[in-house]
Design a protein around this ligand. Sequence first.
Ligand SMILES: [Zn+2]
Length: 217
Amino acid sequence: MGVNGKHGHPAKDIGMEISESEVIKEFSDEEKIRLIQSHFTRIMEILGLDVNDSSLKDTPKRVAKMYVSEIFSGLNARNFPEITLFENTYGYDEMLIVKDISLYSICEHHFAPIIGKVHVGYFPREKVIGLSKVNRLARFFARKPQVQEKLTMEIAQSLEEVLQTRDVAVYIEANHLCVASRGVKDTDSYTKTSYYGGRFKQRALKSEFLEQIKNTG
Ligand SMILES: [Zn+2]
């Protein structure tokens, strides 16, 4: 089942099944919110919730807005942050570290939160990046259904591209609420993932990076 050519725009037909992802990409944010609102209402009804209850009646709209405008905004390439680069005129060529970037993502297997920290290191070449842009870039890739391994790679590859260097390291430590709240119900376990490119593959530099990010409060 899927969308077929008979309909002008699938968004007009709320409730129909949609299976072609390229069609979904055509939706405007407003259309996405309207459709998700409708489907989420149905989910709540199926769960036996009274969607007319004064406390619940606006929940589908709130969830839809939160999905499209906030926690899944990274699915829309137009939301990729504008990156400001500066000429490295001062010739800084040591390791640069941005640590403790707050991570808030959603696990793509359970749609449950992933909460943690991202640490990034790189050796500048001709360009340096505005520091807050590293945070924005990490946040962009976190704002979609994710797995931590993929998130790590996406942040690293994007930084390599933006900074025109392979000398990039990314380290993520995160608590997956799907693990904490269901299944094995382990609230204390952390998942650590890392990426070491270029010079960071050298043992001494990798150790220095790990040493630097370790001293967190
Ligand atoms: Zn999960």
